[in-house]
Design a binder for this molecule. Structure first.
Ligand code: SAH
Length: 345
């Protein structure tokens, strides 16, 4: 990470510029170019001396996100990008329009190690972690392309954010920086499949973001069957960390629950889920599972989802059902993947 200038904070840029004989105020200029003006080349930086461009390009090449493909949903104008990274890896990102503004769903890794059986992001395996500047780059390139300002971020694209912990923490620092994009932490959601030790690390930081937990089942055998990570961190352990997180940060936790017909959508599951979450500052977000060609699941019927919702609500749990956006372009939850490996474009 150390030589990636787009991943650096101002004091770090200051050090590298000092080595190139530059005054310290240049570091802030550079940061503004990278994170406020979303520059993708040194030559765009008009107040940086021309003589500096070449040495910078040689020593600190800007690692961009190149739009390799763009798809616009005919149904709801959701946009999905396939970005090519500097080393030929690919990730996908999705921009959604809501009443309150634009939300981007970013990837934090190329591929994923977690192996959840309902998710396409894991199908091609794990390639590598994204750098902080690359995660920010997904946002900047989409904004430039669409000529918009993004106000909300969800870390719910490809990859497991807490499996790329340091880089994701730095990304949060960059994107919320007042000298950069200045997005409010309150407008950021981080979703995890449940890497328990990192949840404890995260709560120490007291960030204002929303923590989402991909729970998907109230019983260990059921959860382990669909999410291998549960073999390492059981539900009890995970929910203990969540309770602690909510208590320490006073932030409501959002539990994601993909509705898999005939698997995890019975009344018994709803009752067990409500019992598990009793007394916690939380919210349940039901997601009718999006079909992925490699996995056998189908979404629960609207009637089943309604009944499941009522069972939870009767027990004092607040519930929303996630609206599906961008399904005609495979841009919905769990449908982002290493698309280039399949020769589909
Ligand atoms: N690795 C992180 C973030 C990426 S997934 C995590 O696991 O939370 C974002 C959300 O989409 C997660 O809740 C994930 O479980 C859910 N998801 C994955 N595949 C899905 C599918 N096919 N249908 C609906 N939701 C899915």
């Amino acid at each position: 990470m150390t030589d990636d200038i787009k991943s650096m904070l101002i004091p770090e840029i200051e050090t590298l510029l000092k080595d190139l004989g530059q005054p310290s105020y240049r570091a802030k200029q550079m940061f503004l170019w990278l994170h406020k003006n979303r520059a993708s080349s040194y030559s765009e930086m008009t107040n940086i001396p021309k003589s500096l461009v070449k040495p910078l390009e040689e020593k600190y090449p800007l690692r961009g996100c190149k739009i390799s493909r763009k798809q616009v949903s005919a149904a709801d104008s959701t946009v999905k990008y396939l970005f090519e990274l500097y080393d030929g890896e690919f990730v996908e990102s999705v921009v959604m329009k809501y009443k309150y503004g634009y939300t981007v769903c970013v990837s934090t890794q190329a591929g994923c190690k977690m192996g959840c059986s309902f998710c396409a992001s894991t199908v091609g395996g794990f390639r590598r972690n994204l750098l902080p500047g690359e995660i920010a780059g997904e946002i900047y390139e989409a904004e430039k392309d669409l000529n918009i300002n993004i106000s909300h971020i969800v870390l719910m694209g490809m990859g497991e954010p807490l499996d790329n912990y340091e880089n994701v923490m730095r990304f949060l620092e960059l994107i919320t920086s007042e000298q950069g994009h200045n997005i409010s932490m309150r407008n950021i959601s981080l979703s995890t499949c449940g890497i328990v030790p990192r949840i404890y690390d995260l709560m120490q930081k007291h960030l204002g973001l929303t923590l989402s937990i991909s729970l998907h089942a109230p019983f260990d055998d059921m959860r382990s069957g669909i999410m291998p990570v549960n073999g390492k961190y059981h539900i009890d352990e995970l929910l203990k960390a969540c309770k602690e997180y909510a208590r320490k940060t006073s932030r409501r936790i959002s539990f994601e629950y993909a509705m898999l017909s005939g698997v995890n959508d019975t009344d018994e599951c709803a009752i067990a889920l409500a019992n598990r979450l009793k007394g916690m500052l939380c919210h349940v977000n039901l997601i009718p599972v999006n079909e992925v060609s490699e996995s056998p699941y189908h979404p629960s019927s609207p009637e089943r989802i309604k009944k499941f919702t009522q069972t939870l609500e009767k027990r004092g749990i607040t519930v929303t059902v996630r609206r599906k956006l961008g399904s005609d372009i495979d841009a919905s939850c769990g449908q982002l993947r290493l698309r280039h490996t399949e020769g589909k474009h």
